[in-house]
Design a protein around this ligand. Structure first.
Ligand code: UT7
Length: 323
């Protein structure tokens, strides 16, 4: 049995926040943000939480797969902004919202969360244990951002993206390969120190902290290696890829990795200007944009990559299996 990427869906909250809006609350400028990151605007939740965003994205993905809630036999949700600190998992809340009675759990792999979820779904389906798994990346990052810290608050945004991964006997539709990695020696580079049992509820340190410049350098190095490795071991080059759909953290990282594998600019999908960095949601949100714009066709080979806190990183070769 093989696993195929059967459908995609996404949702963003209504409140749009531009760089000019941020200029009013922190010492920054549209020029700096645009030049250093490529971001122009992002969306922030108002009265919604992560499960609300995830539910809406998941509902669309299930419908587009031509399925009903009762067909979904597992929910895997990647997030670093769960509704609750320890339990219930946000996946359980989303399953309930969607009327899904099936195993549901969260995974914590920061911005690489969607690729980790994809790897898990692929493994469960290939083992014969599941037929249709809903995977979701969903974040309300505005809730863990320090709006006094200009080095982080201009970067992140909120949103959710989802996909249904389904069993197929057709090898041509199969998710080809996934590469996932982690290196905990970098644990202090991207961290929410005051949100866990180690430091308790330390109100001084409740927000996300990032060593941006150092993170940037490791991201470019590890991602370039990961995408090169996955292409090499499958005997592929950028010629075999229709769309390079990377995690949207910074257009400069995307550009550097694309150059490393000689990916033509017209195949690189860039949504960071519209949404900012939405962590685990950024890849499925970008796939969804491509789908809704009518640019992503059934059978198109997607090269995905992501890098995030932990550090975690990875890449995947995925033919789009939706209609
Ligand atoms: O998605 C998970 C993984 N995360 C990432 O991959 C993010 C990786 N990092 C980055 O994308 C970039 O490092 C940032 C966008 C976070 C920062 O860009 P940078 O080019 O690495 O800037 P920097 O940290 O080296 O700072 C350059 C200057 C500094 O001023 P001085 O010391 O040169 O005077 C900063 O204080 O830019 C200043 N700066 C700002 N200025 C205006 C930092 N943030 C801002 C800001 N507005 N928002």
């Amino acid at each position: 049995m093989y696993a195929k990427f059967a459908s995609v869906g996404a949702y963003v909250p209504k409140k749009k926040v531009t760089n000019f809006d941020l200029e009013k609350i922190v010492d920054t400028s549209d020029e700096w943000i645009t030049k250093r990151t490529g971001i122009k605007e992002r969306y922030f939740v108002e009265d919604e939480v992560t499960s609300d965003l995830a539910t809406k994205a998941g509902e669309i993905a299930i419908k587009r797969a031509g399925l009903k809630s009762s067909d979904i036999d597992m929910v895997i949700l990647a997030t670093i902004t769960p509704d609750y600190f320890a339990m219930p998992s946000t996946a359980c809340v989303v399953a309930e919202n969607l009327g899904i009675k099936a195993p549901a759990f969260d995974i914590s792999a920061a911005c690489t969360g969607f690729i980790y979820a994809l790897a898990q779904a692929k493994a469960f389906i290939e083992s014969g244990m599941n037929k249709n798994i809903l995977i979701i990346g969903a974040e309300a990052l505005s809730k863990i951002i320090d709006f006094k810290d200009r080095t982080t608050c201009v970067i992140f945004g909120d949103g959710a993206g989802a996909a249904v991964i389904s069993a197929t006997k057709n090898r041509d539709e199969a998710i080809l390969d996934i590469d996932i990695n982690a290196d905990g020696s970098y644990q202090d580079y991207l961290i929410t120190p005051g949100r866990g049992v180690k430091y308790g509820c330390d109100t001084e340190n409740i927000y996300l902290q990032m060593k941006g410049n150092e993170t940037f350098k490791v991201a470019v190095k590890t991602l370039s290696q990961s995408v090169r490795d996955i292409l090499d071991r499958n005997g592929m080059t950028s010629d075999n890829i229709e769309w390079f759909i990377p995690h949207q953290a910074n257009y400069r990282i995307i550009d550097a990795v694309a150059r490393a594998i000689k990916m033509p600019a017209e195949k690189s999908v860039l949504t960071v200007s519209k949404y900012g960095n939405t962590s685990s949601a950024s890849i499925p949100m970008a796939i969804n944009d491509m789908y809704e714009e009518g640019r992503l066709k059934k059978g198109d080979m997607m090269l995905l990559d992501a890098f995030g806190g932990g550090f975690t990183w990875g890449s995947a070769l995925v033919p789009f299996g939706g209609e």
